[in-house]
Unconditional design. Structure first.
Lengths: 233, 233
DNA sequence: CGCGGCGTTGATCTCTGTCAATACTTGTGG
DNA sequence: CCACAAGTATTGACAGAGATCAACGCCGCG
């Protein structure tokens, strides 16, 4: 399966991404170099699968470039989007400490460059240097927090508020007006927020009432504070 | 705040619980003893708060006995139940590796005995023995998996299916008939499942159609397999 | 006995999913 | 260069799920 994906040589820019990716940003350089020794970046085409839920987990992947969808297949076969991962993040790391099966699946949204790293190699380093394990634990904690926040939003906010909240997180500012680009297709945003594309589209219309205009991929927020208040109703 | 709670001496049975609690079940006994040295179990009355969301995190707690509700307060002030913790589990551990603020709150559902453990002491041990850090990472992974499953259920199943699924998880068997007790109040189950108590009550009525009878706290499932199929529709 | 917490039930309304039809965009091949 | 197809987005009509408001019954407790 993995052999199908085009292998490439490691570039200088790839190394910069690796060094900016948690937890490797806080690892000693020599250790990071040893972890990626012998590994080559691979290009995964849009629509391809990085790993499947339940598959034996041997590697984690650094997303050098692109966009990955993290999914979970329910008992009835439908797919739930539990996360969306950009470059400068790693995926699949939770599997290597436990049952060695990926608890989620990863699918490519936009053609991506991924750098695989052997889970066993990472574990070996963590055993040697406890401080690295603690840094990995810090990453696990932030993952935990992110999932808790997601649960909070699904259980505590309705569709309109979740969409508004999603836009707010894209905003660099807390007050005034703001214009941002949608990071990926509306369809995917909808599924990530736990609503259908149709409902998402309707909500965009309704949000005009609180000063949100959406054209193509461009979102214009008249008053960030006002939208923020809307979520708190 | 903590001083209000009644301190007690460590009992033999407490020690057994500690030794059965992850990750201490796989820690060397001497280390576990040093971690709880100087700590005394405390009784928290029903309704009291163990720690609040956002509070500075200095300790983790082993639940020796009782029931704890893990909550998250939304922007609009409403409370979302993100987890329910029985005895033989620890709470608050994710905070000590990162920003040292509890990302969630913990409230006592049934009068509980908790054994506090200093986060700094745990971290110190993890630094000394890397294998312990890896075991803690394994715990973090299982936490991750549990949260992902919860997101999967909320996004992928409707109310009836979530209730049915909740009952199925209480069942010791996969086939045949089964009778189980609700582990806590219906109200709390409802909020944990992300629905209102009223809706939960109505769903109990509807579930009679698939062979589920509920009297008081007793749930009788005619055919576990049948209920299982119902969730997969 | 009265009170309060918990649970149930009814009526109503809002939100959201589903089915379906219609643009709009993009890329492909003739 | 245009026609066509496929993927993406919007909109309408409708039905069902679930929230909300409200009333009532049940039970334990002071």
């Amino acid at each position: 399966m993995a052999l199908r994906h085009q292998k490439q040589r490691m570039r200088e820019e790839d190394w910069l991404v690796v060094r900016a990716t948690e937890p490797f940003s806080v690892f000693p350089e020599s250790i990071v170099r040893s972890l990626i020794a012998g590994q080559t970046p691979r290009v995964f085409e849009k629509g391809s699968t990085v790993f499947k839920q339940g598959e034996a987990a041997t590697s984690i992947f650094i997303v050098l470039k692109g966009l990955i969808k993290i999914t979970r297949v329910t008992a009835k076969g439908t797919e739930v989007v539990v996360g969306i991962v950009h470059s400068c993040e790693i995926i699949g790391e939770s599997a290597i400490f436990l049952d060695r099966q990926y608890p989620v699946g990863a699918e490519v949204i936009r053609t991506s460059r991924l750098l695989p790293i052997e889970g066993a190699a990472v574990v070996a380093q963590l055993k040697k240097k406890p401080i690295l394990a603690l840094q990995m634990l810090a990453l696990a904690s932030s993952r935990f927090g992110a999932l808790v926040e997601q649960i909070e939003r699904i259980k505590g906010l309705d569709g309109q508020q979740r969409v508004a909240d999603f836009f707010l997180q894209l905003c660099p500012c807390r007050t005034g007006s703001c214009s941002v680009e949608l990071p990926f297709e509306k369809c995917l945003i909808a599924y990530f927020l736990g609503i259908t594309p149709q409902t998402f589209s309707r909500i965009l219309t309704h949000l005009r009432a609180v000063g949100v205009k959406v054209e193509r991929e461009k979102v214009t927020i008249e008053d960030v504070q006002r939208l923020s208040d809307f979520v708190r109703v």
